[in-house]
Design a protein around this ligand. Structure first.
Ligand code: SAM
Length: 370
């Protein structure tokens, strides 16, 4: 995907583009983010981009000419042109998903008092990030770029954002990590039970409880129309259309393709119930994670890395085992699970052995120099 940002303040993006997940996505060519200085597109020899408002009043208004020039010089047939403005459509996760399916976005940032109204004639969509006024569209453009980029294939693990807040109109379930007991604050027992079905149920209930308490407005949008055993048809309150069929204890994901308007029923979730197909997907995901892990282990075993590296990989091994048990246990045979568990145990033993040998070598060296 390509995201073009038209701004008067390109330097504001230096940190944003050069850190963390956004930087990695750019380095891996999963997204290309181009910052264009609006001032470069003015025909005015003094490079004026704004002027006083007709009719009088406070502040300066962005002129049509540089924005029209900039958009005309970069737009393609695929471009979606977006104006950042407090009066636009309120931004949310659903809109982020929709934009992540586009190939080319052009985000126009206003500044000062605002922009000449005629600029709106060349935009496809106006977006506001909330009911408050910022000094310019730069931060809103970063909000959109960040939230859209993390949804692109390969940027973060799909599982991470499928359970994020606002997916399926629920807030995220509560998360816990090690230690099990932190100053008397304990991790709920169910999460340590290894019972994948119970954990799923608990998470769904907690997410529902949290949403009901903090954001009941999200729940109003859908209602269960029919419950037949483990199947439920979920109806969209606003559109009066069934948009989801839930089947408990099945494997679900959000389809990549954007729903077409003329489709009778929009699909925002696909549920796989054929066990052999789910098993194949589960194994493919585990193999992918195993490949990454083996590369990390080989570095730890062959290089003189410090304990931090070894501890990190030990944590990753635990994490892979957790993922297998939490997400895929129901779709894999006991034989496959035990085999993978044994493999992971052997790898853990190897790393622990390497750590011990290193301690012994250090102590021996100390003894020689005494
Ligand atoms: C100071 S604001 C102008 C506000 C304008 N006078 C009004 O009352 O609507 C300058 C620019 O910041 C951007 N901006 C400010 N708040 C925003 C928001 N909540 N969402 C999107 N863009 C915003 C817009 O591009 C806007 O043109």
């Amino acid at each position: 995907m390509k995201i073009n940002i038209l701004t008067l303040f390109p330097k504001m993006y230096d940190g944003f583009l050069n850190e963390s997940i956004i930087k990695r996505a750019i380095d891996k060519n999963l997204v290309s983010i181009n910052i264009k200085n609006i001032r470069d597109y003015t025909n005015d020899k003094h490079k004026h981009v704004d002027d006083t408002p007709y009719g009088g009043g406070a502040g300066m208004v962005l002129k049509c000419e540089p924005i029209f020039n900039a958009v005309n010089s970069i737009k393609t047939d695929k471009s979606k042109i977006i104006l950042l403005t407090p009066e636009g459509k309120k931004y949310n996760q659903k809109l982020a998903y929709d934009l992540s399916k586009e190939e080319d976005l052009i985000l126009i940032c206003g500044h000062y008092e605002g922009f000449d109204e005629r600029i709106k004639s060349i935009v496809d969509l106006e977006i506001s990030i909330g009911d408050y006024i910022l000094t310019g569209g730069e931060i809103p453009s970063m909000v959109i770029t960040d939230s859209v980029t993390r949804l692109l294939d390969g940027v973060i693990e799909k599982e991470s954002h499928l359970n994020d807040s606002f997916n399926n109109d629920l807030l995220d379930y509560p998360d816990y990590t090690k230690p099990r007991d932190f100053n008397g604050l304990k991790v709920p027992d169910v999460l340590l039970s290894g019972d994948h079905k119970k954990i799923d149920e608990w998470r769904h209930n907690e997410a529902y409880k949290k949403t009901k308490e903090k954001r009941p407005d999200l729940l109003k949008k859908e209602k269960i129309r029919k419950q037949i055993g483990k199947y439920s048809l979920i109806e969209d309150d606003e559109q009066k259309k069934i948009y989801n069929i839930n089947i408990s204890s099945s494997y679900s994901f959000t389809p990549k393709e954007k729903m077409k308007k003329e489709d009778l029923i929009g699909i925002n979730k696909v549920i796989l119930v054929k066990p052999s197909f789910v098993e194949a997907i589960a194994k493919k995901n585990i193999n992918k994670k195993m490949d990454v892990l083996l590369k990390q282990i080989s570095i730890v075993l062959n290089d003189e890395t410090d304990d931090e590296g070894a501890n990190y990989v030990l944590g990753e091994i635990d994490r892979l085992e957790d993922i297998m048990l939490k997400n895929y246990k129901d779709y894999l045979t006991d034989e496959y699970i035990n085999l993978l568990k044994n493999k992971l145990k052997i790898l853990k033993d190897e790393i622990n052995l390497k750590k011990m040998m290193k301690i012994e070598t250090v102590e021996y060296e100390r003894g020689r120099h005494r």
